[in-house]
Each structure stands twice: as C-alpha cells, then as structure tokens.
Design a protein. Structure first.
Lengths: 230, 294
C-alpha cells in the first residue's frame, strides 16, 4: 500500500530530513512511526501526501508512483489518505456534523451521499449524540473522534495519524487507539506517528524507528524501545 | 451539481459579508472606473449624433463682391459646378438674401428696420457630397476673382471643438486606466484578506482532497460579484444622468443633440457589465495567483 525506495529529502538550506529510507507497508498493516522530534516523522508523512517532493528515491502509494503524479492529480491522491492530527484541526464555527460533512462537500459529493454517510461514520466513532454540538463543547477525546470521523468519512484506504493521542490523557488515548485498531481491522492501512511509549508497548505492532532521518529499526510486534529519549 | 452550486453561492455570500467595508470600497472603485468608461461612451454617442446632424447641414457660403463682372461670375459658377466634391449648389442673390434675413428676424424689428436691400452680399451656397472635404474645397475657391473674403463653413469652430474633445478624451482614458487598475488591486486585496481569514478551512480542504478549482471558485465569484455590482451602480448613475440631466437640458437646447437614446443606455450597460466581469476576474486571478500551491 505504501512503498518507499531509497528516499532522501534534503531541504533547501541543506538540512537532511530523510536519507536512504526504504519501507514496504502492506494493506491491512498498522505501523507506528517513532523517534525523537526532528527525526523525520513529519517529513515522512508530508512526502506521502505529496506536500513535499523527495530529493531522491521513489514513493508508491496505493500502487501508484506518486513522483510521476501531475500536480492536478494530487487532490485525488489525498482522497485516498485520511489524516488525523494532534490538534484536531476542526472548524470551530461548524457543528460536529458540519465538520464531517465539510470533507465530503469540498470534494463535490452529492448531498444525499453526505446525508447518509455523515451520521453513519459519527455513529461508528460513538458520537451519534453529539451531532449538533460545536467542537468547543466536546472533550479532547471526543474532538479527536470527530477528526477521525472526518478523515474516514470518504472511506480512504490509508489513515495517517500524527500524534493523535498527544493531547489526551492515557485512558482517552486507549479509547482512540481501540478506534484506530477497529478501523485497521476493517481494511484501512494505518500509519501513526507517536511519542507515546505506553501505547506502542501495549499494542505490539510493527514499529519503524527514525533517527536523524534514517530508519534505525523496523520491527514486527515491536516496542517503543529503550534507546529512545522522552 | 445543485449541491455544489449552492455551496459556491453560500461561500461567496459569506466572503462578501466578511469584510463589509473593504467590499464596499472595492465595489465603489469599480463603480467610479466604469462610470468614467460609461461617460466616454455617452460622449461618443452624443458626438456621433452631433456629427451626423452637422454633416447634413454643412454648407459652404461663397460670398460675392458687389462689383463682380458677369464674366467672373460665369467662370466661378462653372469652376464650382465642375468640382468633383460638389453635390448641389445654388445662387442666392442680394434680394433673396435680404428676404431670407427678414424672414429669420421677423420678430426683431430692431434688426430689420435699418437694413437696406443691398446691404447683404450675394452668394453661392454649396452642398458637398462629403462634408469632410469642406476645408479643401474652401481653400480652392478662396482668392478667386469676384470672391469676397474667405469661404465660410464653420470649420475653425469645428477644429477647435475636435481638439478640445481629443484633450478631454485623453484625460479620461488616463483616468480610466488608473481607476481600473485601482479597482483590480482593491478586489485582489479584498479577496486576499478573505483567503487569509479562511486559511484554516482552506488547509482542511486541501488535505481532504478538494481540487484547486473547487477552492478557488467562491473567491472568483466574489471578485466578479464586486465588479458586477459596480457595473450595475455605474449604469444606474448613467441612466439617471440621461433621464434627469441630459433629457431635461435637451428640452431647452433644441438645435443641438445633447442626449442619447434608451438603446444607447442599454448598450453602455452591457459593455460595462462585460468590462466589470473582466475586471473582477482579473482581480481574483491576481489574488489567487500565488496561493494554493499544493
């Protein structure tokens, strides 16, 4: 589903963000991307979304070589990838329902599809009783559920989560993890960048560790690792 | 498709409301620039009318000396009638001139009482096939034996008028260029602020895979709305100017055409609307040019 071959990313001011990165992630996999701040996790995700271009190497997403992808096709690439953030990025003036519907409206989905799938996905994340609430009336965990619902409402094949539990307490983090695992079980490839030792150690999933832009560990059923800071 | 259109319209309305003051400034700048464009067009319409009236009326008057000899008279008559530019010509004797004078001023005895029948010169009146040849024909007749003074055709007044119009028109065109430029920049600026205010939404739109055009359309609609409202306002002012200004003035000045028809107003409105759409589209394009790099 995601394959990187010898990828390097060097920014204009000759800062090396990634080098010699080769990874192959299968459909149905759940992968943790770990490593200290500045190790290249964000750049990794940006490359998959084609927000940045690699300096070297090839990147395949859902079987397509995205280096070759023309600019105007990028939005269609992104419709295959859902994104979840540490700070949720919800629109404060819109209700929960509107926030999720927005993701479908702006890619031009017909109204009847929106009316059907928005309550459905919000039910899946356990928020069917908060449809008409504004984000600031929700707890952090609930806001993250809205964010996940928004990422998933278009049924993308890949879900990228950047520190999704970074702002949440351990119990709530556990809830969010269970939700992500459920989505993974329904066939979504999940890649989650995190600093959260407890979650990684508990889940026992594939762990890719980055340090100074290089992959120093790629381990199935791994733990966060003793060598890491934080 | 309908949901998409209602989305675009809704977003456009939100954009227009977001910064009322700036929106009004953009609209009024468009109004002013289009008002200037419209004024030039109104002036053009009036001139066109005035010229066609003037062309049908233009007439050379060749005044004859009282002591002209029959030979000179015959020669002159023949020369004039063989000029290719000359359409019709007729001779007005002193007597006929006197009668015409009395007819013209029959209500002003002060002007007619003290005038002798032989005070007015006899003349040839010439109608030209093409009034624009007046100057050349006059030059050829001037100075011939028996001709008194210069041939009269109102040419100098016309020259001066044309020169004046040219100066005014140049000034107006400069003003139009400047105000159109200002309008485009103001629209661009208004839209840019709108984009800034909505950067969170735009960020999410890009992330979930909205196409660039989908993101741009509401902003383009916004720019075009500014310009179309400006065009409507400018046309309204021009219509009011015609209805309450020119038409009223025309009632008291009968001999010169100074107003325009309703058809011309409609034509001007359509041109301004078209110009407005172009201005709005340019303003939006300018605002969107550097934004939305995926």
């Amino acid at each position: 589903m995601i394959r990187l071959e010898g990828v390097a990313k060097i920014y204009k001011d000759s800062v090396v963000a990634l080098r010699e990165v080769s990874v192959d992630i299968q459909k149905d996999e759940f992968v943790f991307l770990v490593g200290p701040s500045g190790s290249g996790k964000s750049t990794f995700m940006k490359l998959l979304l084609k927000e940045e271009e690699p300096t070297e190497g090839r990147i395949y997403v859902a079987g397509k070589d995205i280096n070759q992808l023309p600019k105007w096709r990028v939005p269609y690439l992104r419709r295959n990838i859902g994104c979840v953030f540490q700070d949720f990025k919800l629109l404060p003036s819109k209700t929960v329902r509107e926030n999720v519907a927005f993701a479908l409206e702006v890619i031009g989905r017909p109204r009847h599809v929106i009316q059907e799938s928005v309550p459905e996905i919000l039910d899946l994340v356990g928020l069917s009783d908060k449809l008409e609430n504004k984000p600031d009336e929700l707890s952090g965990g609930e806001q993250q559920r809205v964010c996940i619902a928004r990422a998933m409402v278009n049924r993308p094949r890949i879900l990228l989560a950047d520190e999704p539990t970074g702002n949440l307490d351990p119990a709530t983090s556990g809830d969010i993890m269970r939700l992500l695992e459920r989505l993974n079980e329904t066939g979504t490839t999940v890649m989650m960048a995190t600093h959260d030792h407890a979650i990684v150690d508990q889940s026992r999933k594939r762990v890719i560790e980055l340090e100074n832009g290089k992959i120093i560990r790629d381990q199935n059923r791994g733990v966060y690792g003793p060598g890491s800071v934080e | 498709m309908t949901s998409r259109l209602s989305y675009f319209v809704g977003e456009t309305v939100i954009n227009l409301r977001r910064n009322t003051l700036l929106t009004l400034a953009a609209i009024s700048t468009v109004t002013i620039s289009l008002l200037l464009v419209g004024s030039v067009m109104v002036g053009g319409e009036i001139l066109k009318k005035a010229f066609s009236t003037w062309e049908s009326k233009v007439e050379l008057s060749v005044f004859l000396r009282d002591e002209i000899t029959p030979d000179q008279f015959k020669q002159l008559d023949q020369d004039i009638s063989t000029m290719p530019e000359v359409g019709r010509r007729f001779y007005e004797s002193q007597e006929a001139a006197f009668k015409e004078y009395q007819r013209m001023f029959k209500d002003s005895p002060a002007l007619t009482d003290n005038i002798e029948p032989d005070a007015l010169p006899a003349s040839f009146r010439i109608k030209l096939k093409d009034p624009r040849a007046a100057k050349a024909v006059a030059a050829r007749i001037n100075g011939r034996p028996g001709v008194d003074g210069n041939v009269q055709f109102g040419g100098e007044t016309l020259d001066r008028l044309l020169k004046f119009i040219r100066v005014v028109r140049t000034g107006l065109i400069v003003a139009i260029v400047l105000t159109v430029g200002a309008a485009i920049l103001l629209i661009a600026n208004t839209i840019r602020l709108g984009i800034y205010a909505r950067r969170r939404e735009i960020g999410i739109m890009k992330l979930v895979g909205a196409t660039n055009w989908f993101i741009r359309v509401p902003f383009i609609f916004e720019g075009i709305t500014h310009a179309v409202l400006g065009a409507i306002a400018a046309s309204g002012v021009i219509w009011a100017g015609k209805e309450f200004g020119l038409d009223r003035a025309q009632e008291s000045i009968l001999f010169l055409p100074i107003t325009i028809g309703g058809g011309s107003v409609l034509k001007i409105f359509l041109v301004l609307l078209g110009a407005g759409v172009v201005i709005g589209a340019l303003g939006s394009t300018l605002a969107l040019r550097r934004f939305l790099e995926v």
